[in-house]
Design a protein around this ligand. Structure first.
Ligand code: ADP
Ligand code: MG
Length: 754
């Protein structure tokens, strides 16, 4: 819309003619944007002449570049920090900064920024130029270790849940050397954590790093029961990013998409995803051009893109990289999301990362494939060659389940948001109850261990080591084809796939909780095993005892059935799993005594940080619904009702005309249908009007509440339901009103033009 008008103006100016055109009606504009979108051709992308392996990481200060641009001693100290968690020696910071600057300048970089992840859904950056006064009236390019290591971005407007009001107003960003710096355009981006003056985390990265440390330490200790030489355990994350693309012209004619990221109204398209013809279908040319462009840029930034395909809903797609160390994977996902938005615009698309942009078709998630590995291999990998391998495998599976079981409500809280709430429990994607799917092989295996006597289960055979009567863990399990799409947390061969994560979310939110929960379970496991060993029990026997006990304890979390069925909700309730669906109430789980204890023991977060974050969560929830409600009110009054009454008048005019032409009886017969529609429009617009008034009133009442939690609950209970009622009426009107008058691009246009 914006485009075409601007182009027209330009043309008129160039011709030096001043013709005043009839103002177009909004409906004309809809046809105009539809036609414009339809005509767009794929952008011609010139692919790089090198192979991907050659340009991979081109704009990343990776190992090879560190080696090239840093003095040997500095390189060694820095890699020691990255690989072994050694303390950062401030004395090397200047040399590192100097090397980074040299590399960056060779790539045309003039600015640098601390790049961090505040408690909004995006990333934050504030660019500073390398220039400094040279003391002689001129300027020089400078970048010191001090500037690399720490900054005070005075980012006082980010949500902090009160931490920065009650303590110290300052927020600091501090360099995370474990995630390499990278270049975007003319700017050197330095991944950092963001913390308050008093050390509270104000971001996602700081607690993520603490949780990685916690689970790594706990896992390494348990690992040493089996492999005494294990040095460290790392967490892996492979995310799968789902998204929608919408043509930019159509997008610009949908104020709801622009302001809220989703359509607040819109009748189902007659055809949507019924035929399953989009899933894995041929990728449309314009989309393919976008994907290629995106992939090249992502690879240059070191994001190992691997998979791309059409998703289930029309205009829905997915991109997945190869899994990486978790901290890096999280950064890469944040980076990719912002990159997608930029590249999409270049191709005349808008990317929708919202979890539910369109009612009636699938929403978007971000499966988080999570696993632990040692310096020698993956811990959740089944097909071990030795009895030790098999027992180790069972231990890590069962203790992950223990963590998920004990904190199932909290895990749900970690993925819950105003936007993801549309997806959860909506008969698609994962249900709003966290359970774990194990598949037949693994279920049988756990059952076997649970039911067999210890003496039968294993025998110690002198020098040969132990023999376990654990049924052979088949190679097949690695490629677990028994895939249950309805489970929010599924074992898929060598990893768990946390599927409930929202497409827009920072993966860190879910992973922080998962790591902390598994860290707690492993530490607790070790404590109990050690206690038995101390009492004189043999190590393997002690491990089997405790594992068997835990298999029994965490049984309620294990569910291989259909997660969408009503029976499951009843069953889950009986099992004591968290079944809450109200988003503001789900957030309460963060402040449960068990949760606080878990976070504090693992040193991931402390009570005041958790309280502050919950304030932010409730406030964000309220604001999102508030914005939606306002947009809903505006669209109802400014688009829908005027269009509907306009059509109604047209029909009324026709009725009048008919009476002028035909006799009473004949006219009555001929206009019956129109009269019926006139009445229906009157009824529906009236309901919408009252609905909007009630919506405004409900908001006014809620806005007076000062407690953030209570306010969010009010928005959930009284504001949101009103929007559903209004939408229902609007969608009915869409079917009733003449197509040529309707101003908002329809679902069939938004979802099918590409
Ligand atoms: P799907 O589950 O839809 O088949 P893909 O195979 O495309 O998905 O993606 C699965 C993701 O899981 C990829 O990012 C892949 O790298 C990642 N992955 C594979 N093995 C592991 C593992 N052991 N730990 C973590 N992530 C893994
Ligand atoms: Mg997957």
């Amino acid at each position: 819309m914006v485009h075409s008008r601007a182009r027209r103006n330009r043309k008129e100016k160039n011709n030096n003619t001043l013709t005043i055109k009839e103002p177009k009606t909004m409906a004309n504009l809809r046809f105009e944007v539809v036609a414009e979108a339809f005509r767009k051709k794929p952008l011609e992308i010139t692919a790089p002449s090198e192979r991907p392996s050659e340009y991979f990481g081109k704009y990343v200060f990776n190992r090879a570049k560190m080696y090239k641009y840093l003095p040997v001693g500095v390189y060694e100290k820095l890699t020691d920090v990255i690989d072994n968690g050694a303390r950062l020696d401030r004395s090397i910071a200047d040399a590192v900064a100097e090397g980074m600057k040299r590399w960056a300048e060779e790539n045309g970089v003039t600015h640098y920024t601390h790049w961090f992840q505040p408690l909004t859904e995006g990333t934050a950056e504030k660019h500073d130029a390398f220039v400094e006064h040279d003391g002689k009236g001129g300027m020089i390019e400078e970048f010191s270790g001090k500037l690399l290591v720490q900054q005070e971005p005075d980012a006082s407007s980010f949500p902090s849940g009160g931490i920065r009001n009650t303590f110290e107003a300052r927020g600091y960003s501090a360099w995370d050397p474990t995630s390499p710096v990278f270049i975007i355009d003319d700017t050197l981006c330095i991944p950092t954590i963001f913390i308050s003056y008093t050390g509270e985390a104000l971001d996602y990265k700081a607690p993520l790093l603490r949780s990685l440390h916690a689970v790594g330490k706990a896992a390494a200790e348990v690992c040493r029961y089996f492999y005494p030489d294990v040095k460290k355990v790392t967490t892996n994350l492979g995310w799968e990013q789902e998204y929608f693309l919408v043509d930019e012209s159509l997008y610009s004619a949908r104020p709801d998409l622009m302001l809220t990221g989703r359509t607040l109204m819109g009748h189902d398209s007659a055809k949507n995803q019924q035929m399953d013809d989009h899933y894995f279908g041929t990728i449309p040319d314009r989309v393919q051009a976008f994907m290629k462009d995106l992939e090249v840029q992502a690879l240059e930034l070191g994001i190992p893109c691997k998979t791309r395909h059409n998703e289930v809903a029309p205009n829905q797609f997915e991109l997945a990289p190869i899994f990486e160390e978790c901290n890096l994977a999280v950064d890469h996902n944040m980076l990719l999301m912002s990159l997608m938005k930029r590249v999409a615009r270049k191709h005349g698309f808008r990317v929708l990362l919202h979890e539910k942009p369109f009612a009636g078709v699938n929403g978007s998630g971000k499966h988080n494939n999570w696993s632990l590995s040692t310096d020698t291999g993956i811990l959740l990998h089944g097909a071990g060659k030795t009895a030790e391998d098999n027992l180790r495998f069972v231990v890590f599976i069962v203790e992950t389940l223990m963590g998920v079981y004990r904190h199932n409500g909290l895990l749900k809280a970690s993925i819950m948001s105003a936007t993801n709430a549309h997806r959860l429990g909506a008969n698609e994607a994962p249900p709003a109850i966290i359970s774990a799917f194990l598949g037949k092989h693994l279920s049988d295996l756990l059952e076997h261990i649970e039911n067999s006597h210890k003496a039968d289960l294993f025998v110690l055979q002198g020098k040969k080591g132990m023999q376990l009567d654990i049924p052979q863990i088949p190679e097949l399990m690695i490629d677990n084809t028994d895939r249950n799409r309805t489970s929010p947390f599924a074992f898929t061969g060598n990893r768990f796939e946390f599927r409930a994560v929202g497409s827009e979310a920072n993966c860190a939110s879910a992973i922080i909780v998962l790591n902390a929960a598994v860290a707690e379970a492993l530490a607790d496991f070790k404590k109990r095993v050690d206690a038995l060993i101390k009492k004189g029990e043999d190590k393997v026997s002690a491990i089997v005892d405790i594992v068997r006990e835990d298999i029994k304890t965490c049984k309620p979390i294990h569910f291989d059935g259909n997660g969408y069925s009503d029976e499951w909700i009843e069953e889950a309730r009986r099992r004591g799993l968290d079944c809450e669906t109200s988003c503001p109430l789900v957030f309460d789980r963060y402040l449960d005594a068990d949760s606080v204890r878990m976070f504090e023991t693992a040193n991931v977060m402390h009570r005041n940080e958790l309280e502050a974050r919950n304030e932010v969560k409730w406030e964000t929830y309220t604001k999102k619904i508030q914005i939606e409600a306002r947009v809903m009110g505006d669209l109802s009054m400014n688009h829908i009702i005027p269009v509907a009454t306009h059509y109604q008048s047209r029909l009324a005019k026709n009725v009048q005309n008919m009476y002028a032409i035909f006799d009473q009886a004949e006219a009555a017969r001929l206009t019956a249908r129109n009269v019926k529609i006139i009445k229906e429009i009157a009824r529906r617009t009236q309901t919408i009007e009252t609905g909007v008034e009630e919506l405004v009133d409900a908001r006014k009442v809620a806005n007076k509440i000062s407690d953030e939690r209570a306010k969010a609950i009010a928005y959930h209970d009284t504001v949101e339901p009103k929007m559903k009622e209004i939408r229902y009426q609007i969608d009915k009107l869409e079917l009733l009103v003449a197509d040529e008058l309707w101003t908002l691009p329809k679902y069939r246009e938004l979802l099918f033009i590409r």
